[in-house]
Design a protein around this ligand. Structure first.
Ligand code: CTP
Length: 407
């Protein structure tokens, strides 16, 4: 892992927040991994840490002023913006994010950020309310749309009594995120030029205007797969049922509610090279279409609610006579005899690969952060992965399908 930062040069913009002290530690961590660091401090940053401390840790001078005679003569801010492999902004305060999103160039830090064409990684750090504020959310979306990568913030205790997301990611997490970003930059994009379709989340099947049938899927696994496929260079369409997750960066998201809408959106998103069906589609819906009126109780007990089966989206696409994606991947949520059930499912649905996960209550997979999966191929071969975070499952799955498609 340390390979990617060896010989790399990082322009580190330190913003003005209490987390600036952690930026000093970040300089040490980056240098430990073999990178050289050129620090740039905003005026605010200098209220918390001195240029001298940053320079001492970096082993080179720290830059602070837009009109700095010495450095203008030597290199100038435009060169500063070019002579590196990446820019890291840590801490990225709400103010700095707003100025970046607005394209301001009022001081050295923002001028460099506007002038650079290098990949940018920001580590936000701010008060919980500031992070949650719609203005910051807008700025974040703008920055993500501009291709800026974001690491953190983490939830936890901060300088103020409140707690929640706002704490800057730890220096080692920032260094890891930078390695990932540079790794991708270096051409680690096995799905470049490919189209990937992913379904995610539950579906909601309305009973009446206020009630629906649903399930416990959070969409985390499907969303992580869409994000990993995009990071691997694919053009990704994510068809998502109702979830409480942010849209993954760089992914076209189509939001739907019901299974039938999901099928329609999937068909509209074809053609694709790879289709991954990670959604937990409701198997049944009420036979009676939901009207505009709420069903009232009348004292005689609930009226019977006949259900009809929803279309099987995976099977429909896997069995398309024309336009079937070359690689169709299904998921199987099982509570017992996981592999046997999944083998039967692969045959029944006609897909190429099934990712079977054990969703028995003890595992806490539904809605949880981890997943233990078995990969089952059409020829019956099984690969079992250890318990992993859903993001890591996504990365491995993307690497696996990219290799299958290439081979
Ligand atoms: N799936 C789908 N459309 C449906 C039902 C399921 O596309 N109407 C897809 C899921 O996205 C998943 C796979 O089919 O990729 C398996 O879903 P699962 O619910 O585990 O299997 P079922 O076919 O419902 O079988 P069973 O309920 O017997 O486990």
């Amino acid at each position: 892992m340390t390979e990617t930062l060896a010989q790399r040069r990082v322009l580190l913009v330190i913003g003005g927040g209490i987390a600036a002290y952690k930026a000093l530690d970040l300089i040490r961590r980056l240098r430990e991994r073999g990178a050289s660091v050129c620090p740039v401090l905003t005026a605010g940053a200098q209220e918390f840490v001195t240029p001298l401390a940053a320079a001492a840790l970096a082993g080179e001078r720290a830059h602070t002023d837009l009109f700095d005679r010495a450095s203008e003569a030597e290199i100038g801010h435009i060169k500063l913006a070019r002579q590196a492999d990446a820019v890291v902004v840590a801490p990225a305060t709400a103010n700095l994010m707003a100025r970046m999103a607005g394209g301001h160039a009022a001081d050295l830090a923002t001028t460099v950020l506007l002038a650079t064409t290098l990949p940018i990684l920001i580590a936000p750090a701010m008060n919980v309310q500031m992070w949650a504020h719609p203005a910051t959310r807008r700025n974040r979306a703008v920055l993500e749309g501009d291709g800026v990568r974001i690491v953190g913030p983490n939830a936890g205790r901060m300088a103020e009594p409140e707690s929640g997301p706002g704490r800057m990611a730890e220096p080692n997490e920032i260094a890891d995120a930078l390695e990932r970003m540079l790794g991708q930059q270096a051409g680690d994009r096995p799905l470049a030029g490919r189209r990937v379709l992913v379904t995610s989340g539950p579906t909601h099947e309305p009973i009446d205007p206020v009630r629906y049938i649903a399930n416990r899927s959070s969409g985390r696994q499907g969303h992580a797969i869409a994000a990993a496929a995009a990071a691997a260079g694919a053009a990704v369409t994510l068809v998502s049922g109702p979830v409480a997750l942010p849209d993954p960066p760089g992914v076209a998201v189509v939001r739907v509610e019901t299974a039938r809408q999901m099928l329609e959106a999937v068909e509209a998103a074809l053609p694709a090279d790879i289709a991954v069906f990670a959604a937990a589609v409701a198997d049944w819906r009420p036979e009676q279409e939901a009207g505009s009126k709420k069903i009232k109780k009348d004292g005689t007990g609930p009226a019977p609610m006949p259900l009809v089966e929803n279309p099987d989206i995976l099977a429909t696409i896997a069995r398309l006579p024309v336009g079937r994606p070359p690689l169709v991947v299904g998921f199987a949520a099982e509570t017992d005899t996981v592999v046997e059930h999944a083998r039967a499912k692969i045959a029944r649905k006609g897909c190429d690969l099934i990712v079977a996960n054990d969703v028995s209550a003890e595992g806490g997979v539904m809605g949880g952060a981890d997943n233990t999966v078995h990969l089952i191929r059409r020829d019956g071969a099984v690969e079992t992965w250890p318990r992993l975070g859903k993001e890591e499952v996504a990365r491995r799955l993307v690497a696996h399908v990219a290799a299958l498609l290439a081979g």
